[in-house]
Design a protein around this ligand. Structure first.
Ligand SMILES: Nc1ncnc2c1ncn2[C@@H]1O[C@H](COP(=O)(O)OP(=O)(O)O)[C@@H](O)[C@H]1O
Ligand SMILES: O=C(CO)[C@@H](O)[C@H](O)COP(=O)(O)O
Length: 518
């Protein structure tokens, strides 16, 4: 057998370990899930120890399942949910649960950052990005203000996948793509921003050493190797934030091809040759996992997450059916929605279940079904969720169009891309062809390719993608439906401004009666 590469993705729902060979063939994968904690409304936390346990379990299980010889594994690549803060003490122990990318507690700290930095323009000059509640820097300020005892113990701040790197290799290291989402990174020059760290009074020593994504950051510790049944000394490369890694895994390493991701979050992602993204920061501009390149992306917080919420809240019958048939409950839900007329007879869903990032940057926004009538039975609500998410993603696409970003093809990736109906809705709402690719393993696959570049299996990230990523299916837009959706998108766009002030009042009400938050 050929050399093998191991990709590990620390996702929000679980950790995936994936083995590929040097021709990019998937040998096997294993996913282990873990809980997400919401101790107060709008908070979102996970236990880093759960990620570590899941990583070990997933790696052991994929080796077991595939029966491969661990000696063939030549490199390990890491990817993970971005922005989350893992606070470590002097001994490398976790101080408190990690605060995640979709946590909304830091609105006050975001305002404080803008003030300390001297306005939005300077913040954009330093980081190319806005202060958003999900990013890492406001979480550090939140800890300082709300949990001073924990803050006083902090020695290092790591991103989720970098905590796993620390456990695997003993190294404090990160990569440029993931570090870009901290708001402490000089994205243009690919290094920590001394200005930001000084202005926010965060010690630079707290930050890990930063590498380009394919660079080797350390090697597997002998004790860990023994526990996992792997040879010690396997190189671990920088890897990337899950979006940059997914981009590598789906061939988005040059201009003209974008991806739309339907994971828990929803993302529209485009490659950039230069760090010239959205001058107003409504789209993020981050370093790419391709050395010397950048990318821009719009992120909605609850894309697949909205559908999962619907399944978990109203999908009892479908969940039961799936137990009997072995089929996915989402398949039953989408099957019912296929018979609903496009546009769900005017039922519009605002997918802001956990607030929204692009384009509103509003942690207080909430989900809405607008236009319910007696005719709207459950399948209408399913379709409306799929359509509402597509409209939310179209907002990011419009921002990219306005920046003149070339879009010849949009590749659908992540869990929701399994649904042909959802892909067709995207094609119609975007009025652009939507393709799928041969590999559906997403970020873990990209991380494995980055490992391959790092250990010399591939000459470059571009060469790896050319060799392994192939287009599989194509959904063309239907002109009549596209016309109807164009009009409906206009109606969708009208809703948020109508509700913006209301969301503030609602938030005060929720704080008063249902929240115990600090
Ligand atoms: N068969 C399916 N049809 C439609 N949507 C699906 C299907 N399977 C999964 N999904 C969607 O994909 C999401 C999970 O995607 P995934 O890429 O695993 O997300 P993450 O790693 O961000 O949690 C689910 O929340 C759901 O919305
Ligand atoms: O916040 C972002 C990107 O800026 C999210 O994309 C997270 O990185 C996690 O997303 P999932 O892959 O878990 O949906």
């Amino acid at each position: 057998m050929n050399n093998l590469l191991l990709g590990i993705d620390i996702g929000t729902s679980g950790t995936k370990a994936l083995l590929i060979d040097d021709d990019g063939r998937v040998i096997g994968s294993s996913t282990v899930e873990y809980p997400l904690y919401t101790p107060f409304p709008s908070w979102s936390e996970q236990e880093p120890e759960d990620w570590w346990k899941a990583t070990k379990e997933a790696v052991v299980s994929v080796i077991d399942k595939t029966g491969v010889s661990p000696k063939l594994i030549k490199g390990i690549g890491l990817s993970g949910q971005m922005h989350g803060s893992v606070f470590l003490d002097e001994k490398g122990n976790v101080i408190r649960r990690a605060i995640l990318w979709n946590d909304q507690r830091t609105a006050k700290q975001c305002d404080e950052i803008v003030e300390r930095v001297g306005g939005v323009k300077r913040l954009l000059d330093f980081t190319l990005n806005l202060a958003l509640t999900g990013f890492t820097a406001p979480k550090i300020l939140w800890l300082r203000e709300n949990e001073p005892e924990n803050y006083s113990k902090v020695h290092k701040v790591l991103l989720p996948k970098d905590y796993i790197r620390f456990r695997l290799t003993g190294e404090y290291a990160s990569d440029v793509s993931d570090s870009s989402g901290t708001l402490l990174f000089d994205v243009k020059n690919r290094k920590w921003s001394k200005e930001m760290l000084n202005l926010l009074e965060i010690p630079e020593e707290w930050m890990p050493k930063v590498y380009e994504s394919p660079e080797i950051t350390g090697t597997l510790l002998p004790s860990v190797a023994e526990e996992l049944g792997l040879p010690s000394g396997i190189p671990v490369v920088g890897g990337g934030g899950d979006n940059a890694s997914q981009a590598v895994g789906s061939g988005i390493v040059k201009s003209g091809i974008l991806f739309v991701s339907l994971g828990t979050s929803g993302v529209i992602f485009a490659h950039l040759d230069t760090p010239e993204g959205d001058p107003e920061g409504r789209l993020h501009t981050f370093c790419h996992a391709v050395p010397g390149k950048w990318h821009t992306m719009g992120v909605m917080l609850s894309a697949g997450g909205s559908f999962r919420w619907f399944r978990d809240s109203f999908g009892d019958v479908e969940i039961e059916l799936s137990k009997w048939t072995g089929r996915d409950p989402y398949e039953f839900l989408t099957m019912e929605a296929e018979n609903v007329p496009p546009g769900s007879e005017g039922l519009i869903f605002l997918p802001y279940l956990t607030g929204e990032r692009t384009p509103h940057a509003d942690p207080l926004a909430k989900g809405v079904f607008a236009g319910i009538s007696l005719r709207h039975k459950k399948p209408y609500f399913v379709r409306s969720v799929l359509e509402g998410v597509a409209f939310g993603l179209r907002d990011s696409l419009e921002l990219m169009k306005n920046l003149g970003i070339e879009m010849k093809e949009i590749r659908a990736i992540a869990g929701g891309a399994r649904s042909k109906l959802w892909r067709q809705i995207l094609a119609d709402v975007f009025n652009t062809p939507i393709t799928t690719i041969n590999v559906t393993e997403g970020a873990a696959y990209g991380a494995a390719l980055l490992a391959g570049v790092g250990v010399g299996v591939y000459k470059s990230v571009e060469e790896a993608c050319d060799r392994v990523v192939k287009v599989m299916s194509l959904e063309e837009p239907n002109s009549e439906r596209a016309k109807m959706y164009e009009e409906m998108y206009g109606l969708y766009r009208e809703l948020y401004p109508l509700l913006k002030e209301y969301y503030r009042k609602l938030s005060n009400f929720i704080d008063k009666y249902y929240s115990n938050k600090k």
